[in-house]
Design a protein around this ligand. Structure first.
Ligand code: F6R
Length: 356
């Protein structure tokens, strides 16, 4: 039931603050402590993690890598399941394989799980569907508690996956005795409040769509570091539901080729949430503007400048994807709506891809 909503996608975008609060409730005990360990009984601290996933879940994995590396100090690789399946990297020691999957049924990820289990490696699935194949067949499982996701384009599953991997990273850090000063529950509460504000900025999203995407056939999303990971997700969301060709690109890579595609009026979404590279990405934005691009800057509070189109509330630097993805989800939604696309059921796509 979409209720007051015209589409499941918008409903699911709006549910994200509540999903984050639910994840806090699910993984916190009465004393306010992290209780995720009850799902990880007997798990030895891995020396290395391999994240394996597809599509949006792969993009969540790109964020998960930073969380595991920077919070738990565990070297982490992220792999596209369909690539890993036929091109397995050289594996040393006793790593942990983490499968991230909303549906828990994605054939490419299941193929890798089978392959990895045969080799005797330990496995953990992060999924939204209890009892799904990836849930059943992994040694350990963590639920994302996002509630059913109906729209083909994944939204709340992505933010839920990142939040759960953040809590997992804290748990592993605690187990290693290196837990730092991050109060992750507090940070996630701050996120849910920030999400509440952002999801209500629908008029801004509509306005941006009208101004930047009307009659456009292609566009770019550029960012660096974590912002780059979110740009990949923003571009995927836009292309899958509005059919506008969208490229997520690392800001510094533009000059190595794709800048050739910039024409008069090409829309370029520029994401800036990291102080360390704010100057660099601004100069990448200038490079495209001088070639005719029309930039739409989405920047964190404190890093914003006059003329920026969307200012994001400040949150923990490792968790910025949880807020910066929301403008992108909304822009994609309204772009699809403007074009009269079937938002919840885009052409050629299925909710769960059970063929290889
Ligand atoms: C994009 C989307 C897909 C899925 C991908 C993996 O919005 O939904 O890219 O993320 O097919 O699906 P799961 O997470 O179910 O394994």
């Amino acid at each position: 039931e979409t209720g007051v909503y015209e589409h499941f996608m918008l409903k699911e975008i709006d549910e994200q603050p509540a999903v984050i609060r639910n994840i806090i409730t699910q993984y916190q005990n009465d004393q306010g402590q992290l209780n995720i360990g009850q799902h990880l009984q007997g798990l030895k601290i891995p020396s290395r993690v391999y994240i394996v996933a597809c599509g949006t879940s792969y993009h969540a994995g790109l964020v998960g890598k930073r969380l595991l590396e920077q919070i738990a100090h565990i070297p982490t690789e992220v792999h596209i399941a369909s690539e890993f399946l036929y091109d397995q990297p050289l594996i040393e020691g006793d790593p942990l394989f983490i499968f991230i999957s909303q549906s828990g049924e994605t054939a490419d990820s299941r193929g890798v799980l089978d392959q990895i289990k045969k080799q005797g490696f330990r496995t953990l699935t992060v999924t939204n569907v209890q009892g799904s194949t990836l849930y059943r067949e992994a040694d350990y499982k963590l639920l994302t508690h996002a509630g059913p996701e109906i729209a083909v384009a994944s939204t709340k599953a992505y933010t839920a996956q990142i939040a759960v991997v953040a809590l997992l990273s804290i748990y592993l850090a605690e187990q290693k005795g290196i837990a730092g000063s991050i109060d992750m529950f507090q940070e996630l509460r701050t996120i849910s409040t920030a999400m509440d504000t952002l999801k209500d900025m629908k008029d801004k999203a509509k306005h941006i769509v009208d101004e930047y995407l009307t009659d456009q056939r292609s566009c770019f999303f550029i960012g660096r570091l974590l912002d780059y990971a979110v740009c990949l997700e923003g571009a995927l969301k836009l292309k899958e539901i509005s059919y506008i060709q969208a490229e997520g690109y690392a800001g510094g890579e533009l000059k190595h080729g794709p800048i050739a595609l910039i024409e008069d009026g090409t829309p370029v979404f520029v994401l800036i949430t990291d102080e360390r590279i704010a100057k660099n990405i601004r100069s990448n934005a200038e490079e495209v503007v001088s070639r005719g691009a029309k930039t739409c800057v989405i920047a964190a509070e404190g890093l914003h400048e006059e003329g920026d189109q969307w200012v994001l509330p400040r949150v923990h630097p490792l968790l910025t994807p949880l807020v910066s993805v929301i403008p992108m989800q909304l822009i994609s939604y309204y772009a699809a709506l403007q074009r009269g696309c079937d938002v919840d059921k885009p052409r050629n796509l299925a909710k769960s891809v059970t063929v290889e």
